[in-house]
Ligand binder design. Structure first.
Ligand code: PGA
Length: 252
């Protein structure tokens, strides 16, 4: 059976004091996840070191929300894979739709970051998703295929063993309007088929594909019950310990 991964993307929320509060809250309410389930928290860069310290010996793993495609040097404002690893990150979210939309990230750039992450032992969570306009035009699968071919370009099968994909329809992020389980399942199945074509069925069968976009305690179990949905990338609801704990508990 595929493993499941529930990740919380804090986005640009929580200063240091609030980080300590939230992590302590999570530790007090999140029970040990079921076997085969990993739980990841992705605070902002400024909170990573403190979070790592508080999460030592806990069930939570640490992730970042972005990373530079470069190793080091004169790139003001950027953060490298090495810096992320040095504070204890194992995961990094790449190509989130907010990065694509507000920071002009392209599939090509996300691909460079993905290669850098896997080459250096970080697990990238690679995000893809269509806009509402694209869905209404009926081109969701074409859009997703182009994003996937772009972000995975040049990644080898051995690299893919360390990759997580996240399907996040842009119209569902932060809107309170999640994709229905059936809509999400269709796209997840499409992603798995495409990865099978690009690599192999056995690789695609093992690929973790998370759903993200308004995942909440009341919709998580129906979404996570779908065959090809292997976890969730949670935004708003991960900032509330009880909600995040319920979502983690929804994995069957
Ligand atoms: P949301 O965000 O759960 O607040 O919709 C999800 C995400 O952006 O990863």
């Amino acid at each position: 059976m595929r493993k499941k991964v529930i990740a919380g993307n804090w986005k640009m929320n929580k200063d240091l004091v609030e980080t300590v509060e939230l992590i302590n809250g999570l530790k007090s309410v999140v029970a040990d996840p079921k076997p085969g389930v990993s739980v990841v928290v992705c605070p902002p860069f400024t909170s990573l070191a403190v979070a790592a310290n508080l999460l030592k010996d806990s069930v939570f793993k640490l992730g970042a929300q972005n990373m530079s495609e470069h190793d080091e040097g004169a790139y003001t404002g950027e953060v490298s894979w090495k810096m992320l690893k040095s504070v204890g990150c194992e995961y990094v979210v790449l190509g989130h739709s907010e990065r694509r939309q507000y920071f002009s990230e392209t599939n090509e750039l996300i691909n460079q970051k993905a290669k850098k992450a896997v080459a250096n032992g970080l697990i990238p969570i690679l995000c893809v998703g269509e806009t509402l306009e694209e869905r209404e035009k009926g081109i969701t699968e074409q859009v997703i295929s182009a994003q996937i071919r772009g972000v995975l370009s040049g990644l080898l099968s051995s690299d893919m063993e360390r990759v997580i994909m996240a399907y996040e329809p842009v119209w569902a992020i932060g809107t309170g309007r999640n994709a229905t389980p059936v809509q999400a399942q269709q796209v997840h199945q499409h992603i798995r088929k495409l990865v099978a074509q690009l690599y192999s069925w056995s690789l695609a069968e093992g690929l973790v594909i998370q759903y993200g976009g308004s995942v909440k305690p009341d919709n998580a179990s129906d979404l996570l019950a779908q065959n090809d949905i292997d976890g969730a990338l949670v935004g708003g609801a991960c900032l509330k310990p009880d909600s995040f704990a319920q979502i983690i508990g929804s994995v069957r």
